[in-house]
Write a protein that binds this ligand. Structure first.
Ligand code: ATP
Ligand code: MG
Length: 561
């Protein structure tokens, strides 16, 4: 994607067009959207798309966005998830107008159910879930009416009240809407509205033992909040008819549902159920493992909120399911970090260089923090007679056009001097242990009068000033583009080499002062950020992303069949 294309105003996506048309036609004075996570896991990059979309609409067109926890299932929900979700939405840069909980509407929803019962539009069914499923029919065959369908209104009211009072066991009765068992939309064949579940709820405790189903909570919550545009993913298209039916029969605020395609990304999985398995079965260290597609994992890895927002905005939304190349997300991360990350020198695999004619104890050289950022400033970089360079930056018998260090050859040390390799020291086995070099005092960066032009510039670290750190290098978590669509279990496709740890690398001393969420570019290595496992006894850095898109599928890493 070229710079000029990127910074042009993009065209409206189809939901923005809908909202713009609604506003210009005067259908609404202003709009209300909501982001409605179920607090049963951590948010992932798919949720980020929904967040950017919902908050983006009201940012662009005015109005406001609520954060509503869709907490109608008492069994899977936890307060830990509520807190992480709030933190992630804020970190992404959005502020909601109201923090709401579907469970706060349990009383109102119960009243709505009574309204339907009294209108003859809902009934208590004593059939088991298996019996209900068996009577449902198929897309080509109509279903059958339950023998409990024609109960009197009084009997239904009495039974529903007793369901609420806890008189019946789990699954023994349900409340169903009375619509049409021959309806072409299977979801309209007397859908279940309430079920009995004697379970503790994270907010309402043991107050309720009947819980509304998704279809009887979501649209009604939208309506209570006067949400104008209720945006969800494509799998809810068939639910829209029921959404509209319930709102119209109850005569409540007419919220409208709109659908877009889920965000899928290559080389990962996105369902919370699958992500939970990765966590509980310890394939990763937690929800915020830097290899996870969660917002907290991406943050810990060093992705910026700005890059994620830009990705969501630029990739846009679709009306058909698709899978986006994770390389595109990395492109936006790299682009943002290039502007923000301070440059540092870090040697991963060292060989010692002794500068034999360097007589000073030490010297401090100025080095630019970020050539892309005029306000980035400079830092002081210590040099002494012994430095480390990267082992791969030396070759004893180089080919032609090798511009790094070799016997008799000169290179520039970044922000310092030109050195020439005079002597190669080896151990008994012939391994290079030290390189003896001389430097040109008149070649200092910024005031070079040597007149010598060298093609190679190397990063280096002064031995006596260096600090050591652990480095974690990450690769794709899965070996195949779409693990969920492969045969067998998605976990069979986990990449066993997704984490490589370098126990001890050598850094400029300045890195002691690194702080969390601060991006760095280790020159010639990639972008890195401090990991929260760091302590005063040891620094740990995560590689956020490489400098270039150098990743290619590994022929050996194909899935086992
Ligand atoms: P999952 O299948 O990952 O558990 P979910 O849809 O059950 O996802 P919710 O917590 O119910 O997760 O989702 C909250 C909001 O985020 C919903 O509006 C949902 O449509 C949206 N959302 C969830 N996953 C994606 C995705 N992959 N792409 C876009 N939007 C998503
Ligand atoms: Mg859900």
């Amino acid at each position: 994607m070229s710079e000029d294309v990127k910074h042009e105003e993009r065209s409206l996506n189809f939901l923005e067009e809908i909202v713009e048309n609604d506003l210009s036609a005067g259908r609404y004075k202003s709009i209300v959207t909501r982001f409605p996570p179920e607090p049963n896991g951590y948010l992932h990059i798919g949720h980020a798309t929904s967040i950017c979309l919902n908050f983006g609409l009201t940012k662009r067109f005015g109005g406001y966005t609520n954060l509503r926890f869709d907490d109608t299932n008492p069994v899977t929900e936890e307060t830990e998830y509520v807190e992480s979700i709030k933190g992630d939405v804020r970190w992404l840069g959005f502020e909601w107008k109201n923090e709401l909980y579907a469970s706060d509407y349990f009383g109102k929803l119960y009243e709505f159910a009574l309204v339907l019962i009294k209108a003859g539009l809902a009934y208590v069914d004593d059939s088991s879930s298996e019996e209900i499923a068996a009577m449902k029919g198929t897309p080509t065959e109509p279903g059958r009416n339950s023998s409990f369908r024609d109960r009197s209104i009084e009997e239904n009211i009495g039974l529903f009240e007793r369901m609420k009072a806890g008189e019946f066991g789990d699954g023994s009765r349900t409340l169903r809407a009375k619509i049409d068992m021959a309806h072409t939309n299977m979801l309209m064949r007397d859908p279940i509205l309430y079920r009995i579940k004697h379970a503790h709820h994270h907010r309402t405790g043991d107050q309720w033992c009947i819980y509304p189903m998704y279809d009887f909570a979501h649209g009604q919550s939208d309506s209570i909040e006067e949400v104008t545009h209720s945006i969800c993913t494509l799998e809810f298209v068939p639910h829209r008819e029921l959404y509209d039916w319930l709102i119209s029969k109850l005569g409540i605020y007419p919220s409208h549902q709109y659908e877009f395609a889920r965000r899928n990304l290559t080389y990962t999985v996105m369902s919370k159920r699958k992500l939970l398995q990765l966590v509980t079965e310890k394939h990763v260290t937690g929800w915020d493992d830097p290899r996870m597609p969660t917002i907290s994992g991406m943050r810990r890895r060093g992705y910026t909120a700005a890059a994620i927002r830009e990705f969501c905005d630029r990739v846009g939304i679709a009306k058909r399911d698709n899978i986006v190349d994770v390389g595109l997300l990395e492109f936006f991360v790299r682009e943002d970090l290039n502007k923000k990350a301070q440059r540092r020198m870090v040697v991963f695999d060292p060989v010692k260089v002794v500068i034999t004619n360097y007589t000073a104890a030490e010297e401090f050289l100025s080095s630019e923090n970020n050539p892309e950022d005029p306000a980035g400033g400079e830092r002081q970089l210590p040099l002494s007679a012994e430095i480390y360079i990267e082992r791969e930056d030396f070759m004893e018998n180089p080919p032609k056009k090798y511009f790094r260090l070799a016997p008799g050859q000169m290179v520039r040390l970044k922000s310092a001097y030109i050195i020439r390799c005079d002597e190669v020291i080896k151990d008994a086995d012939g391994n290079v242990t030290e390189l003896h070099c001389s430097y040109l005092p008149e070649s200092k960066s910024g005031s070079d009068t040597s007149g010598i032009n060298v093609k190679g510039t190397l990063h280096w670290v002064s031995v006596k000033h260096a600090v050591t750190a652990e480095i974690r290098l990450y690769d794709r978590l899965f070996k195949v583009e779409d693990p969920s669509s492969e045969e067998g279990d998605f976990k069979d496709y986990i990449n066993p080499a997704s984490l490589e740890v370098l126990k001890s690398v050598y850094m400029e001393p300045d890195m002691k002062h690194a702080s969390f969420d601060q991006p760095f570019q280790f020159i010639r290595k990639g972008y890195f950020t401090l990991d929260r496992d760091s302590s005063t006894s040891g620094l740990v850095f995560n590689r956020t992303v490489g400098l270039k898109d150098g990743w290619k599928p590994d022929a050996k890493a194909q899935p086992k069949k």
